[in-house]
Design a protein around this ligand. Structure first.
Ligand SMILES: *[C@@H]1O[C@H](CO)[C@@H](O)[C@H](O)[C@H]1NC(C)=O
Ligand SMILES: *[C@@H]1O[C@H](CO)[C@@H](O)[C@H](O)[C@H]1NC(C)=O
Ligand SMILES: *[C@@H]1O[C@H](CO)[C@@H](O)[C@H](O)[C@H]1NC(C)=O
Ligand SMILES: *[C@@H]1O[C@H](CO)[C@@H](O)[C@H](O)[C@H]1NC(C)=O
Length: 650
């Protein structure tokens, strides 16, 4: 060790009688190795080497610690044991090792103080390597937190001089010097904390001493930011909107709401509730699970009742005081085609005149459908081939109008099935049948079953008997078809006489009022009218030909040969007449007609039946052979009148 490290501070010599007292001061740094030079004590005391040994030079310690020794060979004071100033003197600012030097002959005492100078051989250190600090996140800026001081056994400039903190956003460091010169440090909150952003802060606190070179010591400061209920729950959407079918069953999950609260622990536990001011109906229809946030259907929804529900939901945390937030939920119902169309028939004229004009309104039909959109679009249909059609009117109204001629006689009424279909899926329909009766008007003329009738009536009929009945038909109804018959006019062959026939006006029966003689009149023609009771009445006529039939009520009358007297005719035939000689031709007449007047001739009685022959049809009487002598000259035939003109009846 080099000498400069030791310093001789001063020498004070006091000579008192025999005893010489002196004081010597040295100065050395601590921690010198064994043998390090402190001072040339012999020289400083003015002693030669010889005097040292001759005068029993001796070091006298108070405490017996031989920290320094003297080399008796050269009188140099050196370090015997390594000296630790901190051990020897602690934190005391001055430190020295003192001893006496004793000499004999004469007795001399010298006080030697060796000042031990501090060297920076200790680093600052903290009592703990980690310090834990808890700071509430709501702590205001400017708040400070006292930190444990670091210790450095060195003194003065070599002791703790400054503190430093690792760079961070929130904390700074403030150092104070106490009266005794020691330094203390405080953490100062410079920027407010937010646990939700940074919940733990690790800082390194370093204490430096003032020695050269610097020595330092570290400690870790772990700051836990304490939660404060400073965050409201936050819904993941401000407005939730969802569409569900209106027929969603009870229990159907509408949606799950989710709110998060950045706070910790109970401050961050979120519960969902329907706020107390929630609509009553909403509370009936929807349930909200406070824990899961699931909103489910719990009532029967109906699009037609309401198609959009606005629910408010609230998320509340469990902190004190509790913080809450609200979100809105729009539940929009999707219409399901669950309502068939409705048909309403109004102002229906139950009876429609059959002569009603085209376009006449029979009924007003209102259609409605509770559903919306296509589900509520209604179309009306009529069955095909009916004389009606639907005309769209305003406001979902349709007019049922006449589109063709009506004829009560062919179709007296219509059961019209009106179908209303919506356009939903599936399409729903409603049917409504309305009865439309057609009222009669007198549009049909009565018609006789035939245009003319031939009635054959045997002459000599009984007067007053019904000889025939005519029938006319009228398809109209009631009065319009109530017929009465009457005779219009006579057209007779001969004289006109009224009162031949009569007709029953109701039944159409024709009665003969007298007995007819064919031989007088063969035919009677009458005209009969049938008239209905409509207004105005309609009528038609028919001809009835009454043909009188001949009865064989007249005897043939022989008109030739002409009679000789009232009962006998006579013809003269020569004897020489050849066979086939025409004797005479019998001619008879009959006033009857037809067969009744067709005559045949026959010989009834004769003198000689073999001599003559009569042509049945011709009435010619001829000889069959020559006359003989013995023939009776006058042949007598039973009166010629007895030639019968026979009716040739079948
Ligand atoms: C709620 O939202 C948070 C943040 O978006 C998410 O981490 C969490 O899983 C969600 N919870 C549910 C039940 O969806
Ligand atoms: C209405 O009558 C017209 C003319 O006869 C016809 O063309 C049309 O098809 C009818 N309308 C209906 C709906 O029956
Ligand atoms: C209405 O009538 C139509 C056609 O006849 C039929 O298809 C439909 O099913 C009916 N609707 C109802 C509700 O009876
Ligand atoms: C008609 O004359 C015939 C022949 O002369 C005679 O036999 C007959 O008696 C006469 N009859 C009458 C009614 O006179």
């Amino acid at each position: 060790m080099a000498t400069p490290l030791s310093r001789r501070l001063n020498f004070i010599f006091l000579i008192c009688g025999e005893l010489v007292l002196g004081q010597i001061r040295y100065s050395i740094p601590e921690e010198l190795e064994h043998g390090a030079f402190v001072g040339n004590i012999a020289e400083d005391l003015g002693l030669s080497i010889r005097e040292i040994t001759g005068r029993k030079f001796k070091l006298v310690y108070d405490d017996g610690m031989q920290l320094l020794k003297v080399n008796m060979g050269n009188g140099i004071l050196f370090v015997n044991h390594r000296i630790d100033r901190e051990f020897l003197c602690g934190q005391s600012s001055t430190c020295s090792v003192s001893f006496d030097v004793a000499l004999e002959n004469p007795l001399e005492m010298h006080r030697v103080d060796v000042e031990i100078l501090d060297i920076n051989d200790n680093s600052p250190s903290f009592a703990k390597s980690r310090y834990y600090l808890q700071v509430s996140e709501v702590t205001a800026a400017g708040a400070f937190f006292r930190l444990d001081s670091a210790q450095d056994p060195d003194v003065g400039i070599n002791s703790v001089n400054t503190y430093q903190i690792s760079t961070n956003k929130h904390f700074g460091l403030k150092t104070h010097t106490r009266n005794d010169g020691s330094k203390i440090a405080e953490l100062v909150l410079e920027t407010p904390l937010d646990r939700e952003k940074l919940s733990t802060i690790h800082l390194t606190l370093t204490a430096f001493d003032g020695g050269i070179p610097h020595r330092s010591g570290n400690a870790e400061i772990i700051i836990t930011v304490l939660d404060f209920n400073d965050n409201t729950p936050v819904f993941d959407h401000k407005i939730y909107s969802v569409n569900i079918m209106e027929n969603a069953p009870i229990g159907h999950l509408v949606l799950t709401i989710n709110a998060t609260d950045l706070d910790e622990g109970t401050n961050g536990e979120v519960k969902y509730i329907l706020p107390s001011d929630a609509n009553q109906r909403v509370q009936e229809l929807f349930s909200l699970d406070p824990i899961s946030g699931q909103i489910r259907v719990q009532g029967s929804l109906d699009y037609e009742e309401k198609s959009i529900y606005e629910l408010e939901v609230e998320a509340v945390d469990n902190g004190t005081p509790a913080l809450n937030a609200r979100a809105e939920i729009l539940v929009e119902l999707i219409d399901v085609n669950d309502n068939p169309p409705e048909l309403k028939v109004s102002s229906l004229s139950r009876k429609v005149r059959e002569d009603a004009a085209f376009g006449s309104v029979v009924a007003i039909i209102s259609v409605m459908d509770q559903d919306s959109g296509a589900n509520g679009q209604v179309q009306c249909q009529l069955p095909p081939n009916i004389p009606f059609k639907l005309q769209k009117s305003f406001n979902n109204k349709h007019k049922l109008v006449i589109n063709d001629t009506l004829d009560r006689e062919t179709t007296p009424y219509y059961n019209i099935c009106i179908s209303a279909w919506d356009a939903g899926s599936p399409r729903l329909s409603t049917n409504r049948t309305i009865l439309v009766s057609i009222s009669d008007i007198n549009d049909n003329v009565p018609r006789f079953t035939q245009a003319s009738y031939n009635v054959f009536l045997m002459e000599n009929n009984t007067p007053g008997a019904s000889i025939f009945a005519v029938t006319a038909l009228d398809p109209d109804l009631d009065k319009n078809s109530k017929l009465s018959y009457s005779l219009l006019e006579y057209r007779r062959e001969d004289v006109s006489r009224s009162g031949d026939v009569t007709v029953n006006s109701e039944t159409g029966h024709i009665y003969a009022l007298r007995s007819f003689d064919y031989e007088i009149r063969e035919k009677i023609q009458i005209k009969i009218q049938a008239q209905d009771a409509g207004i105005p009445p309609l009528s038609s006529t028919a001809i009835v030909n009454i043909v009188i039939l001949d009865q064989n009520d007249n005897v043939p009358v022989i008109v030739a040969p002409s009679k000789y007297n009232s009962s006998t005719a006579m013809e003269v035939v020569p004897m020489s007449a050849y066979p086939g000689y025409l004797v005479t031709k019998v001619i008879a007449t009959d006033t009857d007609s037809g067969q009744n007047a067709r005559l045949s001739y026959q010989l009834v009685e004769a003198t000689d039946r073999n001599l003559f022959r009569v042509g049945i049809m011709s009435g010619e009487m001829r000889t069959t052979r020559r006359f003989r002598d013995h023939d009776v000259p006058i042949q007598r035939f039973s009166s010629v009148a007895r030639f019968l003109a026979l009716e040739s009846v079948s």
